[in-house]
Design a protein around this ligand. Structure first.
Ligand SMILES: *[C@@H]1O[C@H](CO)[C@@H](O)[C@H](O)[C@H]1NC(C)=O
Ligand SMILES: *[C@@H]1O[C@H](CO)[C@@H](O)[C@H](O)[C@H]1NC(C)=O
Ligand SMILES: *[C@@H]1O[C@H](CO)[C@@H](O)[C@H](O)[C@H]1NC(C)=O
Ligand SMILES: *[C@@H]1O[C@H](CO)[C@@H](O)[C@H](O)[C@H]1NC(C)=O
Ligand SMILES: *[C@@H]1O[C@H](CO)[C@@H](O)[C@H](O)[C@H]1NC(C)=O
Ligand SMILES: *[C@@H]1O[C@H](CO)[C@@H](O)[C@H](O)[C@H]1NC(C)=O
Length: 384
């Protein structure tokens, strides 16, 4: 695996991309990406095997500069380097060895994911990297999404601190360092906050996840320790943010079946632990409705019996995967998955739920040679 990172480029900004660019090609000469004169500064390209760069300029006489760094990893060794997938409500990320000096030639990519319907609040407690006006040598790049192809939020280096916020529940952080001037690196703290409101509800097939902005609960005169579910032994799993995992089958969750709809409801109430009496009475009523096609998320907030409602929709958490043999032990990981004609395909559908009253039923199944399932399609199963 090779990773190529463009640290910095100054191409002819008077030229457009069709005249002047650096094109990155993989070993089969397929285009991996193009660095344009006015494109975002940090581009990361990853490819197995070798890579080629094709530099094109127009005839304007001026100096162009491109700084790039490449890293190559032995197969299977990519994960040993640093970075990785991080899931959770809150936590911190720091450079390797922090607060001691970071290694030379560090290349780390962290993929951070918080619960759906949240955004990520970041605050750096320290950044101590090589100083450069345009961060050419050692830097942190932050992307507003799941990969380095997402829009860039910021590029940081030198001695500074920063606070940032993503637009959704994913963030990618890249640390790249060169061969000289190694300092302490960086440390950041992150916390998931409700995306649009002071609270957010997410219904999966297994549980409800509720997140409150702690300052919102504080503004109502309460704190995390005073909140419980219907079963008062169930409290929040985190206090910053205030997060509840509400199981469908315990903690007092009420299950109701009507027509095609199963609903699960629980209530978060504030219990007064002190002697202060003039606080608003607060209840958060959360309902996840699972009908035959989708999940509907409903959350009511009652403040002194005034109801505010928010409603969101989701999907059942059903996963599908191919298996190599009929004993369904070894899933197929490659994609696309090629199979000879007239062989058997083994496909497993899984419904992720804790509710023993739900089962998965295959109603129809069809095949198409087009990825958009346009005609012709071939029916494999109909009406179950
Ligand atoms: C990059 O420049 C070359 C040479 O001018 C041009 O043929 C190519 O189309 C350009 N690529 C893009 C994406 O504009
Ligand atoms: C939050 O607001 C954005 C923009 O208005 C919208 O696209 C998104 O769906 C909203 N998220 C939720 C959880 O309501
Ligand atoms: C909360 O979010 C929902 C869905 O995005 C929106 O309809 C509602 O107006 C928001 N409420 C407040 C108080 O911002
Ligand atoms: C789900 O239920 C509704 C109401 O009965 C029905 O109209 C709809 O066709 C059903 N959808 C599926 C996929 O069964
Ligand atoms: C697959 O099976 C069909 C029907 O038995 C036969 O006509 C066809 O030639 C076979 N195709 C291949 C590639 O073996
Ligand atoms: C589906 O994809 C095919 C090409 O793969 C295209 O010809 C067709 O117009 C597409 N149909 C729709 C409805 O997008």
């Amino acid at each position: 695996m090779i990773s190529i990172i463009f640290f910095f480029s100054s191409l002819n900004t008077a030229a457009d991309c069709s005249q002047e660019n650096v094109t990155v090609l993989d070993q089969n000469l397929q285009v991996l990406g193009v660095l344009c004169p006015n494109s975002p500064r940090i581009d990361v390209f990853e490819t197995p095997g070798s890579a080629y760069l094709r530099v094109s300029t127009n005839s304007d006489a001026l100096v162009r500069t491109v700084y790039l760094m490449y890293y190559s990893f032995a197969p299977g060794n990519e994960a040993a380097v640093c970075g990785g997938q991080i899931n959770g409500y809150s936590g911190s990320i720091s450079s390797p060895n922090y607060p001691s000096r970071h290694p030379h030639f560090a290349y780390c990519v962290w993929h951070l994911e918080t619960p759906k319907n949240t955004k990520i609040d970041l605050s750096f407690t320290e950044i101590f990297l090589e100083v450069d006006a345009v961060c050419r040598f050692d830097f942190i790049a932050l992307y507003d999404g799941p990969t380095t192809n997402s829009p860039i939020l910021d590029v940081l280096c030198g001695r500074t601190v920063a606070e940032l916020e993503t637009t959704s529940n994913t963030l990618t952080v890249v640390l790249s360092t060169d061969y000289a001037n190694s300092y302490y690196g960086f440390n950041l703290n992150y916390v998931a906050l409700p995306e649009n409101n002071s609270s957010s509800l997410f219904c999966s097939g297994e549980k409800m996840t509720v997140i409150f902005d702690p300052s919102y609960i504080n503004s109502l005169g309460y704190n995390a320790n005073e909140l419980t579910l219907i079963d008062t032994s169930c409290g929040p799993v985190s206090s910053n943010p205030i997060a509840f995992n509400v199981p469908y089958t315990s903690c007092g969750t009420v299950r109701k079946v009507e027509d095609h709809v199963i609903s699960y409801t629980n209530i978060i109430t504030a219990i007064s632990t002190g002697v202060i009496t003039r606080r608003k009475k607060i209840e958060f009523v959360m309902t996840c409705e699972l009908d035959n096609e989708s999940i509907v998320e409903i959350m009511y907030v009652t403040e002194n019996d005034i109801i505010q409602e928010s409603q969101e929709t989701g999907k059942y958490d059903v996963s599908l995967s191919f298996y190599q043999t009929q004993d369904f032990t070894t899933p197929v990981l490659e994609s696309p998955y090629y199979i000879e004609l007239n062989n058997t395909l083994f496909l497993q559908a899984t419904l992720k739920t804790q509710d023993p009253g739900l089962t998965l039923f295959t109603e129809s199944c069809f095949a198409s040679s087009k990825s958009n399932f346009s005609d012709p399609t071939y029916s494999l199963l109909q009406n179950g």
